[in-house]
Design a protein around this ligand. Structure first.
Ligand SMILES: Cc1cc2nc3c(=O)[nH]c(=O)nc-3n(C[C@H](O)[C@H](O)[C@H](O)COP(=O)(O)OP(=O)(O)OC[C@H]3O[C@@H](n4cnc5c(N)ncnc54)[C@H](O)[C@@H]3O)c2cc1C
Length: 391
């Protein structure tokens, strides 16, 4: 543990980014106050796929082993067309190496692990922040009915519809970046059902719909269904049934099970945020509040965890509070923009007419996978003399 700078840090939002930041700061001897609007922890949420760079960040937070023990390793990926033909496969274990494997686990477990034994965080539940302001000497947040509370730095970890992002835009005199539907799909379906016989991460992509199944324990798979070529994955349950009705048996079996009464089935927007400003005055954004990205490469949580690790290192390094936001943005933008570029690239590949896509995928697919993930195998933290991102 290194002693951190003295000051008060407020974190708006106690999701993955906010909880990871509280943990990272505490490990460096820095206290913070987390303001979370929900009334308490819940086991909510389905599964989350964490590629190797997320596991590396979890190692920096001291919880990689527990996360791996409580999740399931993703050892191999298969990309198939809507008829079931294998287009290409990836040996994930070999790609990421044994030190930072890919893992899939329940989102509630990830949050529980991140929040446990965080000695220096004052976490306040049922604390919805409704007003955020900044000046040259500090920033304030208000949780009604109390008056404004002042901090040396306020971190917006408050997700896609961030109030801190709006306050940053207001302070900088411009409009806040809106949340917008992703290029590949504007909405998605997610579910957990009995495993219909799938033995690895497998995606089937047809002309209208794409469906991913990931085994999550001995008996179940996590399912994610989206549109393939933009627009919403229809909000009616019929969309799920009809879009995949002619797909191979495991897909049909999984969607039928997902539509059965009592199944865990969710329909939700897939929003992205491409903000041009992540900081102003004493305000700074991390996680989805700054850069929500469609789960094409499963990088939302990974980037949030990395942001937390990097920001805590910058805080602990000391220096001027007013420069922290721009230092973080400088350190993180190249890596985040890389993920955004790769997300758009894969979304465009998915839009290609099926016959052409089937023809080109065996050569284009593995290259796209390697270009997306290879730079993310490098550490995210900006140690002196080392770039945060190998461009
Ligand atoms: C369908 C789908 C599938 C996904 N799959 C994956 C995946 O497999 N792998 C992956 O890495 N990522 C995935 N993601 C993305 C991932 O879920 C997010 O990137 C991640 O949750 C971001 O964490 P966050 O803490 O920044 O934001 P959030 O998880 O949104 O947390 C924000 C927190 O702030 C709180 N809050 C908001 N406003 C206020 C306020 N005014 N006052 C106080 N508290 C407030 C909220 O209650 C919440 O707890 C997926 C996303 C979607 C939509």
């Amino acid at each position: 543990m290194t002693p951190g700078r003295v000051g008060a840090i407020g974190v708006v939002g106690g999701g993955i980014a906010g909880s990871a930041l509280a943990r990272a700061l505490s490990l460096r001897g820095v206290a913070c106050t987390v303001l979370e609007r929900s009334s308490g922890p819940s086991a909510e949420g389905l599964k989350i796929n964490l590629p190797g760079n997320a596991v590396r960040a979890l190692a920096a937070l001291g919880v990689a082993d527990e996360t791996m023990d409580r999740g399931i390793r993703v050892r191999r990926r298969e990309y198939r067309n809507g008829a079931g033909r294998l287009l290409f496969a990836v040996d994930e274990e070999r790609f990421w190496g044994s030190g930072q494997p890919s893992v899939c686990l329940r989102r509630g477990i990830l949050l529980e692990v991140l929040r446990r034994d965080v000695a220096l965080a004052d976490v306040r539940w049922a604390a919805p922040v409704d007003e955020v302001t900044t000046s040259t000497s500090g920033a304030s947040v208000r949780v009604p009915p109390a008056g404004p509370e002042r901090f040396d730095l306020v971190v917006g970890a408050d997700g896609v519809r961030s109030r801190v992002r709006a306050a940053i835009a207001a302070a900088a005199g411009g409009p806040a970046a809106p949340a917008q539907g992703s290029l590949m799909t504007e909405t998605s379906w997610r579910f957990v059902v009995a495993n219909p016989g799938v033995d690895c991460w497998t995606v089937w992509s047809g002309s209208r719909g794409t469906l991913l199944l990931i085994p999550v324990d001995d008996a179940h798979v996590y399912g994610y269904a989206s549109a393939t070529r933009g627009g919403p994955a229809g909000s009616g349950r019929d969309w799920l049934r009809t879009t995949f009705a002619a797909f191979p048996a495991p897909v049909v079996e999984a969607t039928v099970a997902a539509l059965a009464p009592g199944a865990e089935l969710y329909h939700s927007p897939v929003d992205e945020v491409r903000g041009r400003r992540w900081n102003a005055g004493r305000l700074v954004l991390i996680g989805d509040a700054a850069h929500a990205v469609a789960p094409v490469w499963a990088q939302g949580a990974a980037l949030a965890l990395e942001d937390a690790v990097v920001l805590a290192a910058l805080v602990a390094a000391g220096g001027d509070w007013s420069r922290l936001g721009s230092d973080l943005e400088r350190a993180r933008r190249p890596r985040v923009e890389h993920v955004q570029r790769m997300t758009d690239r894969m979304s465009r590949i998915a839009r290609v007419p099926p016959l052409l896509r089937d023809l080109t995928a065996p050569s284009v697919g593995p290259r796209a996978y390697a270009s997306a993930y290879a730079p993310l195998r490098e550490p995210a933290d900006p140690s002196p003399g080392r770039p945060a991102h190998p461009s």
